[in-house]
Design a protein around this ligand. Structure first.
Ligand code: ZN
Length: 307
């Protein structure tokens, strides 16, 4: 089985949407450039949502256009509806990420629509994108796939059914997202298996939050089931504005440390990656920067893999 792991950095999107301070566009672009220089090949740079809802994302069009200048970088943007998807396409994003909540309650809170209606909305996006001359990859992420702060547990067959519905309407890739961070390794194993049974390798990625301190354990559970794509966030920034209590994403630096130490090449220079935190510390003074590797320093025993 392939060993290389691809990490998509979601800091400029998931990490910033809960941040108190507003980050300037040129600072976002410097951050993205530094991440790319450290070896990140895929970055979710922002979301096309109403700036009234998330003011941090008002400049996403400019951020996408700026990030496109970085050679070799796959630029992802998130959108929750057709209007946002059109804006992402017009800005030139390579990948569109669409969150679909498998919990009806969370879905209503997030986008004012139930899950079934959301799947139909994704169909309208797929149809529109496929009719354009410029292709754009469409990744759907099943939010709250491992539990919801409003509804509680989500049955496995429901997650598999939603994933199958998304696969059937033609999205390119499907990710499972632990939006609020309630997953544990056994649940990750069981959910990944149930969804792989339903859609095979169209399930490609896990989006994990570290709410309960289980982010890396959950990533390992996914890795053991063959998952080779993970979202992560420098310094573990992030949360979900509609999931009360949700804390940050799995820490990119710590994930890279774990993967490389275990023999899974990421193509990321850990030392250089940790250095990018300086920009965050300076530009987001009110935010807590998390992460064991940055706190303790990279140990002498660390042996990175050849990319
Ligand atoms: Zn998230």
């Amino acid at each position: 089985m392939a060993k290389a792991v691809n990490i998509c950095e979601v800091g400029p999107r998931d990490g910033l949407q809960m941040a108190q301070g507003r980050m300037a566009t040129d600072t976002k672009l410097r951050w993205i450039a530094q991440l790319a220089a450290a070896g990140l090949k895929e970055i979710e740079v922002g979301s096309f949502v109403s700036p009234r809802m998330i003011p941090q994302m008002a400049d996403t069009g400019d951020v996408v256009r700026g990030a496109l200048a970085i050679e070799g970088l796959t630029v992802c943007a998130l959108a929750c509806n057709l209007k946002g998807a059109i804006a992402a396409h017009e800005a030139g994003a390579h990948v569109l990420a669409i969150p679909i909540s498998v919990s009806d309650t969370h879905s209503h809170a997030n986008v004012n629509k139930g899950t079934e209606a959301q799947v139909e909305m994704v169909r309208s996006i797929v149809d529109w994108v496929r009719a354009q001359p410029r292709p754009m990859r469409i990744d759907a992420a099943t939010a709250t796939a491992f539990g919801c702060s409003m509804e509680g547990g989500v049955p496995l067959d429901r997650v598999a059914r939603v994933a199958a519905a998304l696969a059937a309407i033609g999205v390119d890739r499907i990710a499972l997202a632990d939006t609020v961070g309630y997953a544990h390794p056994a649940l990750v194993r069981d959910t990944v298996r149930a969804v792989q049974d339903a859609i095979g390798d169209r399930l490609h990625k896990l989006h994990l939050h570290d709410t309960m301190g289980l982010g890396l354990a959950n990533a390992l559970a996914g890795l053991n089931e063959g998952i080779r794509d993970f979202d992560a966030c420098l310094a573990g920034l992030g949360g979900c504005p509609f999931a009360p209590g949700a804390s940050g994403n799995v820490v990119t630096e710590d994930l890279v440390f774990m993967l490389e130490s275990m023999g899974f090449p990421t193509g990321i220079d850990l030392q250089q990656l940790v250095g990018v935190r300086t920009l965050l510390a300076q530009s987001l003074p009110g935010e807590t920067l998390r992460g064991g590797v940055a706190m303790a320093g990279i140990p002498q025993t660390f042996q990175p893999q050849a990319a």
